[in-house]
Unconditional design. Structure first.
Length: 297
């Protein structure tokens, strides 16, 4: 997938967890993404070397939940997939992949990778490479990725299976078919109103966003309530925080079903705006630990 814009700074990828399992209900078994975040941070801290003494760079002064870069691209596996790749300053990278990007984008799955944020922004080289272990479509995987966000350019390989049973390539740069500008501050006004979204399993997600950023909606028999606001980093991304309110009690239990993450709104050249949302649970609860939804209006 080619195209119009993206950017940020130069970074690299790390440990990867692929998420493609179907979500059969909001009260399905919890996944343990937060454990993976803690583990990645612990391993990064124990990695040794002289990096720990390096002075803070200007890039790391930005809020850690802000977005450092957004790429368009493609992934080649059993078929070719369109790809949108988002890099956060906390070291998290998210890859959304699917088909029909030029139309409405049918989401097939996504993966999440993590890095130690203290190490992630230490170096200023224009291009950097990293390797990591993780899962890809249920198989153990070894992943190598190159980021050059100033260009922008993205390339990577996934070796799936032990021993390797297949190799999957992904890469890209600017976002095809969109006038999205990474360095233009985001606006709640761009996403105000009604959105009919779907998750990676095709389940419906209905949300309404008010002019002040208030978010209300429904998903899998639960109500959704939260807030959308522009990223404090000044880039073209929105920060989202919301709760799932399920069952007879309309009030969420503190820290049990709260989610936080980001939303990227892409003005499409053919008309309309595409919205992609990614959020993770603050703590484990009797429901999914990661929420992903995509839609266009």
């Amino acid at each position: 997938m080619n195209a119009d814009n993206a950017a940020g700074r130069d970074h690299q990828s790390t440990s990867v967890t692929m998420h493609q399992q179907a979500t059969t209900g909001i009260l399905g078994p919890a996944r343990r993404v937060l454990f993976m975040i803690a583990l990645a941070t612990f391993l990064g801290a124990c990695g040794g070397g002289g990096d720990s003494a390096s002075p803070a760079s200007p890039a790391r002064a930005a809020p850690t939940n802000s977005i450092a870069g957004v790429f368009g691209g493609s992934l080649s596996d059993d078929q070719g997939y369109d790809l949108l790749y988002v890099v956060r300053r906390d070291g998290t990278q998210v890859g959304f992949f699917g088909s029909e990007w030029s139309n409405s984008f049918n989401l097939a799955g996504y993966w999440v990778s993590y890095n130690n944020p203290a190490r992630f922004f230490q170096h200023q080289e224009p291009t950097r490479t990293d390797t990591s272990n993780g899962l890809y479509r249920g198989e153990s995987a070894f992943v190598s990725t190159i980021f050059d966000m100033a260009t922008p350019r993205l390339s990577g390989l996934i070796w799936a299976g032990m021993p390797t049973t297949r190799t999957v390539a992904f890469g890209g740069g600017p976002i095809a078919g969109s006038s999205y500008k990474f360095d233009t501050p985001a606006s709640v006004g761009a996403v105000e109103g009604r959105w009919e979204l779907v998750d990676e399993s095709g389940n419906a997600v209905a949300i309404d966003i008010a002019s002040d950023g208030g978010l209300k909606g429904s998903y899998q028999g639960c109500s959704v309530a939260g807030l959308v606001k522009p990223s404090a980093g000044g880039e073209n991304a929105l920060i989202v925080n919301f709760d799932f309110r399920c069952g007879p009690d309309p009030q969420p239990l503190p820290l049990l079903n709260g989610f936080s993450g980001f939303a990227i709104a892409l003005p499409m050249s053919a008309g309309g705006t595409r919205l992609l949302i990614f959020a993770q649970a603050w703590s484990e609860w009797d429901g999914p630990s990661t929420f992903v939804a995509v839609g266009q209006r």
